[in-house]
Design a protein around this ligand. Structure first.
Ligand code: FES
Length: 79
């Protein structure tokens, strides 16, 4: 899928650059050849980059809901 219409960058290209260690969409674009133009695609590109660097377990692990009392206790402990 095309992510950046200004530069013609596809999601798989951005993902490959991210897999090489790049953590920022702008840096990924520069690695591919050109920086962003209009910038409307950067949020989507950053999401692709972030997904590459998010551990697989964190993506699939359900987030437990805290009971209101537990959440309040955590907030008080943090203060
Ligand atoms: S669509 Fe990517 S910079 Fe414009």
């Amino acid at each position: 899928m095309y992510v950046c219409l200004c530069n013609g960058y596809r999601d798989e290209e951005i993902r490959e650059v991210a897999e090489s260690g790049v953590r920022c969409a702008r840096e990924a674009y520069l690695t591919l050849g050109n920086g962003p133009c209009c910038g409307t695609c950067l949020d989507c590109a950053q999401e692709i980059v972030d997904n590459v660097h998010t551990p697989a377990a964190a993506k699939t692990r359900p987030q437990p809901e805290l009971a209101p009392e537990a959440a309040e206790a955590l907030l008080m402990a943090a203060e």
